[in-house]
Design a protein around this ligand. Structure first.
Ligand code: LLP
Length: 422
C-alpha cells in the first residue's frame, strides 16, 4: 500500500497527516517518506537476488542529504555528475568506493577531487575526456578506473529532452569507437578499463529499448573479454519509468529480470551489474504540498492559484509532464474543474489543467510523484526562496532542509556604486 493514503478525510504520509506537517513547516514544502524510499531500494536489491550488483542512486534526481544518508545506510552506491553531487554524497556518509561519475563535461578540478577520494569508476563520454583523465591520474600518481559510456543509438521512446541514447545526442561514444579504444588501451598508462556503460534515457515505460541497448553492447563486451580485455562490470544506467498518470511501467522485478536475462544470453552472468536508478527510487517517495491562495474565475477558465510555482517544480512547465494533484483534506462540497497555477509571471507556470477537485482558498494540495526532479530542479526565479523539505518517519517528521530566507536569496551579492565603492 502506498505510504500516501487517506485516513478518513485526511491524506496521510506514513502515520502523519499532511496538513499537520504544513501547519508546522509552512507552505510550499516537499515531503518525503523514509519508508517509501527504503522499500523502493529494497525492491531493486531483492530483484538482483544472487546477481552481483551495485545500485548507484542517481543523485541528480534528489540530492537531499537525509535521503542520501538513508540510501548510504542501506548500502547503496551513487551515480554523480558533478563535484557538488560528490560532496553531497561524502557529507551524507556515502562510500566513495561505491561512486560512479557520469557526465559529458567533467572539469579538471572535478576529476582531481574524485581521484583523491578514490571513487569506484569514471563513466567517460569522449576521447578528449579520456586523455584529460589520463593526464590528471598521471600527475596524481594513481590509475583512474574507467568505464566507457557507449551510445548504442537506440530510440528510448521518451520525451526528446530526456532521451540520451540516439547518435544525435551529445552523450556517449559510438560503439565501434569505444571497442577500438578498449583494444588499444595500452596507450593510456594511467587508466584501468574496468567496465562498460550506457544510459539511453529517462522515464522509459517499456522494456524494449533497454533490451535493444543491451543486445547491442553486450556482444561487444563478450568479444572484448574473449580478446583478453578484462572488464568486470556492465553499467546499464538508469531510466526506469514510474506511473504519473496511466503509464504502465515495468515493475522493478521485471526490469531487473530483463537485465539478468540479457546478461545470461550473452554469457555474462558473472559480471557485476551496476544500475543507476534515480526516478524509480525517489519519485513516488515524495509530494509537493502547496496552499491554494486564490480561486479566480474568468470567462474562459477557473484557476486555483497556489503558493508553489514553476520555480519549485518545473517538470509540468518544462516537459508538459502530468503530475497528480489531490486535496490534503477531502471536502464534500462541489467538485469543479480547475487549472492549478502558480504565482510566477509566466503562462507556463501551470501544474495541471482541468483537474477535478473540491477545494476552497486556504486548502492544501499535494502534487504527486514529486520526489524525483522536483526540489533538485528548483530555482529562486521571481526571487522566491526555495521550499522546505521534510522527511516523514513513521509518526514523526523532520525538516531536512529549512525553507530559504530572504537573506539566503541575496547571499553573496553586493551593490557596486559609481566609482567602485561597495
Ligand atoms: N544515469 C545517467 C547517466 C543519467 O543521465 C540519468 C538521468 C540517470 C542515470 C537517472 O535516470 P532516471 O533513473 O532517473 O531516469 N529532469 C528529467 C529527467 C532527467 C534525467 C537525466 N538523466 C525529468 O524530470 O523527467
Amino acid at each position: 500500500m502506498s505510504v500516501f493514503a487517506y485516513r478518513g478525510e485526511r491524506l496521510f504520509v506514513e502515520d502523519v497527516a499532511l496538513v499537520d506537517i504544513v501547519s508546522a513547516v509552512g507552505s510550499p514544502c516537499y515531503i518525503y517518506s523514509r519508508r517509501a524510499l527504503t522499500e523502493a531500494y529494497q525492491a531493486f536489491r531483492e530483484a538482483l537476488g544472487a546477481q552481483r550488483g551495485l545500485i548507484c542512486y542517481a543523485v541528480k534526481a534528489n540530492g537531499n542529504l537525509a535521503l542520501l544518508a538513508i540510501l548510504a545506510d542501506l548500502g547503496a552506491g551513487f551515480d554523480i555528475v558533478s563535484q557538488g553531487e560528490l560532496e553531497r554524497v561524502l557529507a551524507a556518509g556515502g562510500d566513495p568506493k561505491r561512486v560512479v561519475f557520469s557526465g559529458v563535461g567533467k572539469t579538471e578540478g572535478e576529476m582531481r577531487r574524485a581521484l583523491e577520494v578514490g571513487i569506484r569508476c569514471f563513466n567517460v563520454e569522449s576521447m578528449a575526456e579520456l586523455a584529460r583523465l589520463d593526464a590528471i591520474a598521471c600527475a596524481l600518481h594513481v590509475r583512474a578506473p574507467v568505464s566507457l559510456r557507449v551510445n548504442p543509438d537506440v530510440d528510448a521512446k521518451t520525451h526528446p529532452y530526456i532521451a540520451t541514447g540516439l547518435k544525435e545526442n551529445k552523450f556517449g561514444i559510438p560503439l565501434g569507437e569505444a571497442v577500438a579504444c578498449y583494444r588499444e588501451q595500452a596507450c593510456y598508462a594511467h587508466l584501468s578499463f574496468v567496465g562498460m556503460d550506457c544510459h539511453i534515457g529517462s522515464q522509459l515505460t517499456d522494456l524494449g529499448p533497454f533490451a535493444d541497448a543491451l543486445d547491442r553492447i553486450l556482444p561487444e563486451f563478450a568479444g572484448l573479454r574473449r580478446a583478453g580485455v578484462a572488464l568486470t562490470h556492465v553499467d546499464v544506467g538508469g531510466g526506469l519509468g514510474v506511473r504519473y498518470r496511466d503509464e504502465q511501467p515495468p515493475t522493478v522485478a521485471a526490469y531487473v529480470a530483463l537485465l539478468k536475462d540479457r546478461l545470461a544470453a550473452h554469457g555474462l552472468s558473472d559480471q557485476e551489474l551496476v544500475l543507476e536508478p534515480g526516478r524509480a527510487l525517489v519519485a513516488s517517495a515524495g509530494v509537493l504540498a502547496t496552499r491554494v491562495e486564490y480561486i479566480k474565475e474568468t470567462e474562459a477558465r477557473r484557476f486555483a492559484i497556489v503558493d508553489a510555482g514553476m520555480n519549485d517544480l518545473i517538470r509540468p512547465a518544462l516537459y508538459g509532464a502530468w503530475q497528480g494533484v489531490t486535496a490534503a483534506c477531502r471536502r464534500l462540497g462541489p467538485v469543479r474543474e480547475y487549472d492549478i497555477v502558480g504565482p510566477v509571471c509566466e503562462s507556463a507556470d501551470v501544474f495541471g489543467r482541468g483537474r477535478r477537485l473540491a477545494i476552497e482558498p486556504g486548502d492544501i494540495l499535494a502534487i504527486g510523484e514529486a520526489g524525483a526532479y522536483g526540489f533538485a530542479m528548483s530555482s529562486q526565479y521571481n526571487a522566491r526562496p526555495r521550499a522546505a523539505e521534510v522527511l516523514v518517519d513513521g509518526t514523526e517528521f523532520h525538516v531536512v532542509r529549512r525553507r530559504e530566507t530572504y537573506e539566503d536569496l541575496m547571499r553573496g551579492e553586493c551593490v557596486v556604486r559609481a566609482g567602485g565603492r561597495s
